[in-house]
Design a protein around this ligand. Sequence first.
Ligand code: ZN
Ligand code: ZN
Length: 278
Amino acid sequence: MLDLHCHTIATPHHSHWTPNGLIAAAQAAGIGVIGIADHNTTSQVAAFAAAAQAAGLHFIGGVEFDSAFNDKLWHTLVYGANPNDAGILGLCEAVVSRNHADAQRLLEQTHAAGHELPSLGQIAVDRPANLADVAHALVRDGIWPGQTGVDPESAGMAYLLTNQPEAYNPLSVAEIVQVAHAAGGVAMLAHPGREKSVYAIPATAEDLAALAAVGLDGIEVYYPMHSPEQVAFFEQQAALHSFLISAGGDSHGPRDPFSPQPAERCSALLARFGIDVR
Ligand SMILES: [Zn+2]
Ligand SMILES: [Zn+2]
């Protein structure tokens, strides 16, 4: 069995897997191939690779980038790249610096329009505010409209993307694909069917065709929030575009279950990294 999408202590306050904790839990769950993919950082890849190797588990190191393509926001997974590759590290740094610059610009515009954001200090505690934090505060402080049944951060980001799309400058999936290939890795669309909020919109056949055309290598077909119909659709799309297939549960720590899948489902991806499960 395998699970290729776990988050680690590289994401402070948010994810809790330590190297030995993750590997022991994976073994207890019958997982023989484990992968990590932290948000916009590869800082824990070497430590988890060493722990997996010591325990006799197969391991694939990854990173999950904030990104955009075709006017939609996506998470893009890069697997198997050298975690210290200058291009990969440059993307990690660019996600953070571009986002903080966008947040700063939006904050300055808000102040210039005569508004204060008293709730921002409660949202971004002991860290610099990112763009989603500022959008969240704009809704919480009543400057932008909220939406019934939608959390204020999602409502704020949806408002921003609809009304001020030029205010957000994320990485393009196409840019990530190029850097991933140069670093010896593959680029996969994470949870293409996840509809987490109004700004996470499931991938259509048109989106996937456009992403295939810029060299995307694959998609995360198996994901806990995907319905059986979505899994069938993404399996068919993977066959159509010769996409590699990945699978993961997006576990953020011991309280989050794995989503183990038969490793054979991802055999082509694993074969890229010398892991033979057939
Ligand atoms: Zn994600
Ligand atoms: Zn994730």
